[in-house]
Design a protein. Structure first.
Lengths: 329, 324
């Protein structure tokens, strides 16, 4: 027992139980499947994870802040539609491969704008973020359908659809972008004033106001960050497919929230970190990939994920109830 | 100007805000399309809104009790697939009770986890959403199901039939709304749900069995989903295995539009019915005006936020939030 408390690695695992789970799943699939433990498969997992992972980074910020964003799936689809469509606008035809640049910039700006709208409404009206973003989820999805005319867009420029096949050294470029964003958001959350205030606002809004923190702008910035990340995720997803469909990103908000909650971020705000979220995202990614390799029908993944989510919630409740006066094992 | 008016007449407007908005929309649409106010059109809107409406009744009770139910969409898929599939295997008179029981079991799981174990309802029902969707796919093997003999079965009465010239879905919806409105406003159970949602701690100290009340709200929600599934299965005579996808949001939108507070403790079934009808009429009116189908979602976005905003503003007595 004494050894248990002193071992730093184990103590770290106690604080981040999701990484223990990641480890178990990883070892399990390495033993159970012949194809899992393979460098190329690891690249695969990172690329598959990056889509949901990018949004989960933003969701961590928003949830620590005491809010929630249900509109990310729709924002992702809108950004993807813009990124693919704008390239083929007549005014950019002579730009060659540079026509991708304004398209991607516009797509990212659209994402930021959607986040800004959500954040501004939450700030100024005082309506609960759940309701505001629920409305936005329907509204932005409607916008996608109206904008695309319920059609899919296809990228005519092959430089765009080849982008996702590039790699930097051993890592696919999508994974590199994801990992850079992980570092950036982790730095933002743990080393900057904005990050500290995000925790403060989510932990106790009243106290944050009394301490002179301007609550509104912090919430709005976090919504803009998640809008940007959702749009980035949409752009990267459309490079993988070479197309943008209006139904892209459906149910992603559920996967994202699942990942973030698995990572230990509290819905009530004030608690959570990027390391946990990364664990949550990887847990889901490895589980989906491994079960796929073992040819478990995709249906079972839904059941297992739902059960894990509820189990984590249950264990967390048990765990926290007994840890009021320190750990007891 | 608006702020002072809100302060003075706040509560009155807050109570009738949805009704005012409803009337404004109805007048606007009937001015813009001459077919909008015809009896045929109104009846068809009522009929179309019955499925969401029945589910919204259960959802309102859950929300008044201070919780959320996001699993109603996949539960609807589950119930519809089950009743349609069993219809041809064991006949409708057995299929319906079996399906209702199975759906109630899902509701009981929700109720157990949230009511008895006191887990967060948002996450539990999110997990159930995913798990039940998986369950449907496993059960159906990814196939869609159909009723072979669509003309000869009396099962058709729930979705396609009519009594005294009124379509059955409307009758079911109306009756359920009335029953649950009476339960929620005049019976002890209704008062208990309000008490538990308004202040859980106080309700426990007043001797209200909080766990049991929350458990019951989820059973009612599941029952409403089962009834909605009967209407849906009977109308379509078949089912895709993701037929209910996204319903949870439309249901929640209707509940919110009806002025039920997500914090729990307040809300009314009849106003939810108004919210359901308003969403249905917006959809119908926009289509009659020749707008693309999905424009209704854009309008819903604005309507939800403005409706809740005015509600919140009237309660705090000022239009904008005091947050710095």
């Amino acid at each position: 027992m004494a050894y248990f408390y002193q071992n730093p690695a184990l103590r770290w695992l106690m604080r981040n139980p999701i990484w223990g789970f990641v480890l178990i799943v990883f070892i399990f699939f390495s033993l159970a499947s012949d194809h899992f433990f393979d460098a190329r498969n690891f690249q695969n997992i990172l690329v598959q994870t990056s889509t949901i992972g990018l949004i989960a980074l933003g969701m961590t910020l928003v949830m620590i802040n005491g809010n929630i964003d249900l509109s990310v799936g729709a924002t992702l689809a809108l950004a993807a539609a813009f990124a693919v469509d704008v390239q083929s606008w007549a005014m950019f035809t002579t730009w060659g491969n540079w026509q991708i640049l304004p398209a991607v910039c516009l797509a990212l700006l659209v994402g930021i704008a959607m986040g800004a709208i959500n954040g501004f409404i939450v700030w100024k009206t005082g309506v609960d973020a759940f309701i505001v973003t629920l409305g936005a989820m329907l509204g932005i999805r409607g916008l996608v359908f109206v904008y695309t005319g319920e059609q899919s867009f296809y990228a005519m420029n092959f430089a765009y659809s080849d982008f996702s096949a590039l790699s930097v050294g051993p890592l696919p470029v999508l994974a590199v972008i994801f990992l850079l964003c992980v570092l950036a958001v982790h730095w933002l959350l743990s080393r900057t004033v904005h990050g500290r205030n995000t925790y403060a606002v989510g932990g106790n809004r009243e106290a944050a106001v009394n301490a002179g923190i301007r609550v509104g702008p912090h919430m709005m910035i976090n919504f803009m960050i998640i809008g940007f990340l959702a749009a980035l995720s949409g752009v990267l997803l459309s490079t993988q497919m070479g197309a943008a469909t209006p139904n892209l990103g459906r149910d992603y908000e559920l996967w994202v929230i699942t990942a973030v909650v698995l990572g230990g971020t509290k819905l009530t705000g004030g608690k959570g970190d990027i390391i946990g979220t990364l664990g949550g995202v990887l847990a889901i990614g490895i589980l989906r990939n491994g079960m796929n390799l073992m040819q478990v029908p995709a249906f079972y993944v839904y059941v297992i994920l739902g059960s894990i989510l509820i189990a984590v919630l249950f264990l967390d409740k048990r765990f926290n109830a007994s840890t009021d006066g320190g750990l007891r094992l | 100007m608006l702020m002072t008016r809100l302060k003075a007449g706040g509560p009155a407007i807050a109570k009738q805000g949805i009704l005012v908005a409803f009337i404004v929309f109805m007048i606007a649409f009937s001015l813009m399309s001459d077919r909008f106010l015809s009896a045929d059109n109104i009846m068809s809107v009522f009929r179309q809104s019955a499925i969401i409406g029945v589910m919204a009744i259960g959802a309102t009770i859950v929300v008044i009790g201070g919780n959320l139910d996001l699993s109603v969409g996949s539960m609807l898929s589950f119930a519809t697939v089950l009743v349609v599939d069993l219809h041809d295997k064991i006949g409708p008179e057995l299929a319906i009770p079996v399906m209702v029981l199975a759906t109630l079991c899902l509701g009981a799981i929700n109720g157990f986890l949230i009511g008895i174990l006191r887990l967060n309802s948002l996450i539990v029902t999110l997990g159930m959403l995913s798990a039940i969707q998986g369950l449907v796919l496993i059960y159906s093997g990814g196939q869609n199901v159909d009723i072979v003999d669509q003309r000869g079965t009396w099962f058709a009465i729930f979705g396609r039939g009519a009594v005294f010239g009124i379509a059955t879905p409307i009758i079911i919806f109306g009756t359920l709304a009335l029953i649950f409105h009476i339960i929620m406003t005049t019976m002890p159970f209704g008062r208990r749900v309000h008490a538990v949602g308004g202040n859980p701690t106080a309700s426990v100290f007043s001797g209200i069995p909080r766990s049991r009340v929350v458990f019951m709200t989820y059973l009612i929600s599941a029952l409403c989903v089962a009834i909605a599934a009967i209407i849906l299965g009977s109308r379509v005579m078949g089912s895709q295995n993701n037929v209910g996808q996204g319903y949870e949001l439309q249901v929640l939108a209707a509940v919110i539009l009806g002025g039920t507070s997500l914090l729990g403790g307040s809300g009314s079934i009849l106003r939810t019915v108004l919210g359901v009808l308003m969403l249905a009429f917006i959809q119908n009116g926009l289509i009659l005006m020749g707008q693309p189908y999905y424009t209704q979602w854009l309008v819903t976005w604005v309507v939800i936020i403005v409706a809740v905003w005015l509600d919140v503003a009237a309660k705090r007595g000022r239009l904008f939030s005091p947050i710095a």
